[in-house]
Design a protein around this ligand. Structure first.
Ligand SMILES: NC(=O)c1ccc[n+]([C@@H]2O[C@H](COP(=O)([O-])OP(=O)(O)OC[C@H]3O[C@@H](n4cnc5c(N)ncnc54)[C@H](O)[C@@H]3O)[C@@H](O)[C@H]2O)c1
Length: 245
């Protein structure tokens, strides 16, 4: 119970990796607010089964007013925010020459601007508390690139640079800012790949298998805990060794 009495916001927690993160933080004792454009009832019910309180907030993280309202709701319910996990993300893949401006804007808006808006809104209470954890889910694609994902890679590399700069801004106020960069994780996104595509991807992974959402969630829980008090500005890869820094 490393996170007892902590309050966490998880964006994009209705399903996938965000859902696994929300459940893991709850298992470790945190109360959880899920902020997603989709209904989060399933995740909320599972958190409540664990004996923790949960709040489902319908939020489009690209909209400043909705983000502000969400943070206000969390403050009204619990009076503090200890952990923010910027997890919500989208892909709109395509080779650059065929990429529409709307596909570029959509990916940058959700993956990068959403992290900016939520971090800025959650930071104020964290600074007052002189304690906080901001953890953003990046991707190995932001480190190594991937054909067909110029928009996604730019957004994820952007999140990493954003986090390093913010880490330097707020370190003296007790707030740490880190990223987790997943590789190939079992998810709805990777379910769509053919067996041949999966094999080609896995040939590049030294540990030879895909990761699970829980593998990402375990690292987020560590970064959110006091065990990680001396870690800031870092990106931890959860990728079976695909990228070695
Ligand atoms: N699945 C992978 O293999 C993988 C690998 C590397 C990084 N990631 C990153 O991990 C994160 C989670 O990925 P996932 O596979 O669970 O994706 P997912 O599509 O299953 O879940 C993403 C969640 O974000 C929500 N969301 C999307 N746009 C939103 C918006 N504007 N406002 C609020 N919520 C919004 C969705 O409704 C959804 O619940 C993403 O940031 C993704 O880029 C995933």
């Amino acid at each position: 119970m490393r996170l007892a009495n902590k309050v966490a916001i998880v964006t994009g927690g209705a399903r996938g990796i965000g859902q696994a993160i929300a459940l893991r933080l709850a298992e470790e004792g945190a109360e959880i607010a899920i902020c997603d454009v989709q209904p989060s009832d399933k995740t909320v019910a599972q958190i409540e089964e664990l004996g923790r309180a949960a709040l489902a907030l319908k939020v489009d993280i690209t909209q400043e007013s909705q983000v502000k309202e969400a943070v206000d709701s969390v403050m009204a319910k619990w009076g503090r925010i200890d952990i923010l996990v910027n997890n919500a993300g989208v892909t709109r893949d395509g080779l650059l020459l065929r990429m529409q401006e709307s596909e570029w804007d959509m990916v940058l808006d959700v993956n990068l601007k959403g992290a900016f808006l939520f971090s800025r809104a959650a930071l104020r209470p964290m600074l007052k508390q002189r304690q906080g954890r901001i953890i953003s889910i990046a991707s190995v694609v932001g480190l190594m690139g991937n054909p067909g994902q110029t928009n996604y890679a730019a957004s994820k590399a952007g999140v990493i640079g954003f986090s390093k700069s913010l880490a330097r801004e707020v370190a003296s106020r007790g707030v740490t800012v880190n990223c987790v960069a997943p590789g190939f994780i079992v998810s709805e996104m990777t379910d769509a790949l053919t067996e041949d595509q999966k094999k080609a991807l896995l040939d590049q992974v030294p540990l030879g298998d895909m990761g699970l959402p829980g593998d990402v969630a375990a690292v987020v829980a560590f970064l959110a805990s006091c065990d990680a008090r001396y870690i800031t500005g870092q990106t931890i890869n959860v990728d079976g060794g695909l990228v070695m820094n």
